[in-house]
Write a protein that binds this ligand. Structure first.
Ligand code: HEC
Length: 148
């Protein structure tokens, strides 16, 4: 699988290069946080990174490692460990939010933790990377409303 990966990387770097030219960045090429990234977080991250709340059984649930992923504010603030290095707008490679999802599944720091939620697919990792590299723009989104 070496070749397709290299092709993906080449395509990704071309995409990044195009960003420097204001006229060439087409609107439909831009990742839409609410439509494309939030559903991934919702399915694979929120159960551990939701704002502190009381669950159905009355137990207080705190976001793991202080990382709140259901608000734009929380994502920008980051977790206790990586702080502002959790999400570095424009730099996925420096953002723990992305790099921790790309760790080997057996790594104790991989997100989501092994067996707790489905790992991100390659397409989802690529999308998350692209969104951060494009500047981690939340658009008008500020907060996730949990479906009851
Ligand atoms: C089953 C619970 C669980 C799920 C699901 C989960 N995490 Fe975590 N997360 C943790 C725990 C626990 C930690 C603290 C580090 C550790 O003990 O591994 C953590 C820490 C983190 C950190 C570091 C925070 C800091 O302090 O800097 C990031 C970034 C992160 N998670 C991102 C994610 C992302 C992105 C997803 C979804 C793709 C996700 N997590 C899903 C439990 C979870």
């Amino acid at each position: 699988m070496k070749k397709p990966f290299m092709l993906t990387m080449a395509a990704a770097s071309l995409g990044g290069f195009a960003l420097f030219s204001p006229t060439s960045a087409s609107a439909d090429d831009k990742v839409d946080f609410a439509k494309q990234i939030l559903p991934i977080f919702e399915a694979k991250c929120m159960k551990c990174h939701e704002t502190e709340h009381t669950d159905d059984t009355g137990r207080i649930k705190k976001p793991k490692s202080g990382l709140v992923m259901d608000t734009a504010e929380g994502l920008k603030k980051g977790g206790k460990e990586h702080k502002e290095k959790t999400l570095v707008a424009g730099k996925a490679a420096d953002s723990a939010l992305y790099t921790m999802t790309t760790l080997p599944i057996t790594d104790e720091m991989v997100m989501p933790p092994e067996g707790k939620a489905d790992p991100l697919t390659d397409a989802e990792k690529e999308l998350l990377k692209k969104w951060i590299d494009q500047g981690a723009d939340f658009g008008t989104w500020t907060k996730w409303e949990k479906k009851k």
